[in-house]
Ligand binder design. Structure first.
Ligand code: FE
Length: 393
């Protein structure tokens, strides 16, 4: 038996933040990131709408990027003290991901991260509160997904939490919030969204329910991402919706090894963090070439159905055209073509690649990749991504 789960309600369109006026409840905790939502006036707006709804609201602020176990515990404690019946998370992926984990610890104070880490093993949530998410970036789609990533800095471990219990009840996808993104974030989050849709479409768990969402998202990325990057707010709005569609697809079809590689390389090098979407954008064409041995017709379908190439082209021509399209996008978005070009030191790469390859094969996203991969193959693939050499195995 399969399952397909989405939020119960999705409000979208400019100004849809206003839905907060109609929320039914008594108390809300508003979970926020570093302060951009406050700076741009969205926190004040949210508070005044909630006041109009007769809901008493408290803030939990300063969730850091890549939220920590400590932040989650602090948030859960604040929730237990305040006893909200709504958890509202607003901002980028981090405050929303953190709030999802806080929610579990609010309702079940004795649960452990180790228990929550077993996929689809959460206790039944919504005993104390419901969850509303309002994204300000156009990539992670955590407002509609069953996922959250929390970092244990003391152990150097990322806990990927996955359970339909943490799929939010309500998402407000208001493009006005996304207008505040700087261009580099637009590029990276947009390519993250494209990767979500492509990986979901070729995933071993793809389905008639997720395919249309993935294809529509890809089509919308093709027509809107470069213009959104240049500052067109109409295109920015479309990208905000496209990433949400991609999220609906991958929350139910899961992802593949582009994400496995991005997860395990993101913080691996001393030269600095590789932003998640940037890593995905670099790896995507190489992974398509690797996976094409098992999923050529699926990639070809993407190219044909989203207008990358005329439908009469052969499958091999379609795959080449799809990779070329992604390469062209990366050029337009000022994303490097290789890890070397990104600035990763060659000696450090060589020293660490075997270990990273092993970790990437063990990542939660590898299981639904269309072509199996061994640590030795992963090492070869990462090496191709470092030097920009042809994937021919
Ligand atoms: Fe992603």
């Amino acid at each position: 038996m399969m399952r397909f789960t989405l939020p119960r309600d999705l409000y979208y369109g400019k100004g849809s933040l206003e839905h907060l006026k109609e929320l039914k409840g008594k108390k809300a905790i508003l979970v926020l990131g570093g302060g951009s939502m406050k700076k741009f006036g969205f926190v004040d707006k949210a508070l005044s709408y909630l006041k109009e709804a007769g809901i008493e609201t408290t803030l939990f602020e300063n969730v850091e990027p890549d939220p920590s176990v400590e932040t989650v515990m602090k948030g859960a404690e604040a929730m237990r003290a305040f006893e909200p019946d709504w958890i509202i998370a607003m901002g980028g992926g981090s405050p929303i991901d953190a709030a999802k984990a806080m929610w579990a610890f609010y309702e079940y104070p004795d649960v452990t991260f180790e228990e929550l880490c077993t996929p689809f093993n959460f206790p039944l949530l919504r005993q104390k509160a419901k969850f509303l998410a309002i994204p300000s970036t156009s990539g992670t789609a955590t407002e509609v997904t069953a996922f959250s990533v929390i970092t244990d800095y003391s152990k150097g471990i990322k806990y990927p939490l996955a359970d339909f219990n943490i799929t939010p009840d309500v998402a407000i996808v208001d493009p006005e919030l996304a207008e505040t993104m700087p261009p580099k974030l637009v590029a990276h989050t947009g390519m993250d969204a494209l990767t979500h849709a492509i990986e979901a479409y070729v995933s071993t768990l793809n389905s008639p329910f997720t395919d249309p969402l993935a294809l529509k998202a890809i089509e919308m990325v093709w027509s809107n991402l470069p213009v959104s990057y240049q500052g067109c707010m109409k295109a920015r709005e479309q990208m905000h919706y496209a990433q949400c569609l991609a999220g609906q697809a991958f929350s139910n079809a899961l992802l593949g090894i582009v994400h496995s590689m991005a997860h395990k390389t993101g913080a691996a090098f001393s030269t600095g963090h590789i932003p998640h979407g940037c890593a995905n954008a670099i790896y995507l064409p190489y992974v398509i070439k690797y996976n094409a041995k098992c999923a050529e017709s699926r990639y070809a379908a993407i190219a044909r159905k989203t207008g990358v190439i005329e439908p009469s082209a052969t499958d091999a021509e379609c795959v080449r055209a799809l990779c070329k399209k992604i390469d062209d996008f990366n050029v337009k978005l000022n994303i490097p073509k290789t890890l070397k070009e990104f600035g990763i030191d060659e000696a450090e790469f060589k020293e660490k690649v075997a270990h990273i390859a092993e970790l990437a094969v063990g990542d939660a996203c590898t299981g639904s990749n269309p072509r199996p991969i061994t640590p030795a193959e992963m090492e070869k693939l990462l090496t191709c991504c470092y030097y920009g050499t042809e994937v021919d195995f």
